[in-house]
Design a protein around this ligand. Structure first.
Ligand code: PLP
Length: 352
């Protein structure tokens, strides 16, 4: 009972609401045509025998994914969303251990650390340009059993320089470094090819964001083959992903043109939104390498959220983030919805 009391004090995960709003609060890819995915899903269901465990489908997705990413099958481990892989990694790390991270970052990761009794230390990013002091991070991580970095970072949207991250990974040879690349399809580089060289590096990836399959719950990790083998065959559940999700994922990456086009469109729209929002006084928007924009609303936070809500636009209100002040995170949507957001911002009188 004592343990339950402690758990009840951990911040509750509030599931983003499903309403008649334009949902721009969870960084899903809502630009890819829904009917296209429905068609793939129906065809996948027709080809799937739900009476059987997904042995063959697992093999096929591992092979397809290995080709798609150009990494070995042996370096991949699938999971039920990257959330589930995060949980396994934290189980492995164990109660009473210490983990080095940054602030702000993916808040759910910290919540799970609390549940697993892992002590998280957080190095603050610079509120000026979201940059990371890699030397300070290394210093802190040397006192820790593991480190977590999100690349590009949620919610700030920036990807730290590749040389900085590799310096961190290379300086912490005895520490597990988890690099969460949930938004990498929108970014400049990935570290998946570096796992051969750095056995302490684990890269987390997902089908939920760029690949538009948040509802299918498929994530994966890319790691050195020895670590991946340990994970796949001793730690991970044998069938963490169901047959239908596996079949849909196989189909999507066998014919990735449409989804890749939607990613390119989101990137263009993100940059256009950034240019427009940076002209608005009283707010600060940061350049993004992801599919969302991080906006400091300063004193206009409540007014901005209210105006967006009145236009039926749901964004992620992040509240007060230390030296950043009150911030929101907006997922980049279709051109039409993005124009709506821009007109809301342009219509609010952002004067004193
Ligand atoms: C940085 C980051 N990692 C992981 C996840 C979880 O992704 P999945 O849907 O694969 O569990 C999210 C989802 O918001 C995220 O922002």
């Amino acid at each position: 009972m004592e343990e339950m009391k402690k758990i009840s004090l951990i911040e509750k995960y509030t599931v983003p609401s499903e309403s008649n709003f334009f949902k721009l609060d969870a960084n899903e890819n809502l630009v890819l045509d829904k009917d296209f995915l429905t068609k793939i899903s129906i065809n996948s269901l027709k080809k799937t025998d739900l009476r059987k465990y997904p042995i063959e489908l697992y093999e096929r997705l591992y092979k397809k994914l290995s080709n798609y990413l150009d990494v070995s099958v042996g370096s991949l481990v699938l999971g039920s969303g990257s959330d589930q892989i995060i949980d396994l990694l934290l189980t492995l790390l164990g109660r009473g251990r210490r983990l080095a991270s940054i602030y702000p970052t993916f808040s759910y990761f910290k919540t799970r650390c609390q549940l697993h009794g892992i002590d998280v230390s957080e190095l603050k990013l610079s509120a000026i340009d979201n940059s990371l002091d890699s030397e300070k991070f290394i210093e802190d991580a040397k006192k820790s059993h593991a480190a977590y970095l999100c690349s590009p970072n949620n919610p700030t949207g920036n990807q730290f320089e590749k040389s900085k991250i590799l310096r961190i990974v290379g300086s912490l040879k005895r520490t597990l470094v988890i690099v969460d690349e949930a938004y990498v399809e929108f970014a400049k580089y990935s570290l998946i090819k570096c796992v051969k060289e750095y056995p302490n590096l684990v890269v987390l990836r997902t089908f939920s964001k760029g690949l538009a399959l948040a509802g299918a719950r498929i994530g994966y990790m890319v790691a050195n083959e020895k670590l991946a083998d340990l994970f796949k065959n001793r730690i991970q559940l044998p069938y963490a992903v169901n047959s239908l999700s596996l079949a849909i994922a196989i189909s999507l990456i066998s014919n990735p043109k449409k989804v890749e086009k939607s990613i390119a469109l989101i990137k263009d729209e993100r940059d256009r939104m950034y240019e427009s929002l940076s002209k608005i006084k009283k707010i600060n928007v940061y350049k993004s390498d992801a599919n969302f924009l991080f906006v400091r609303c300063n004193k206009k936070y409540n007014r901005i959220i209210e105006a967006l809500e009145n236009s039926k636009i749901l964004v992620k209100g992040l509240g007060n983030i230390d030296t950043y002040g009150n911030c929101i995170r907006i997922t980049v949507g279709t051109k039409k919805v993005n124009n709506k957001i821009l007109s809301v911002f342009n219509n609010i009188q952002l004067t004193k």
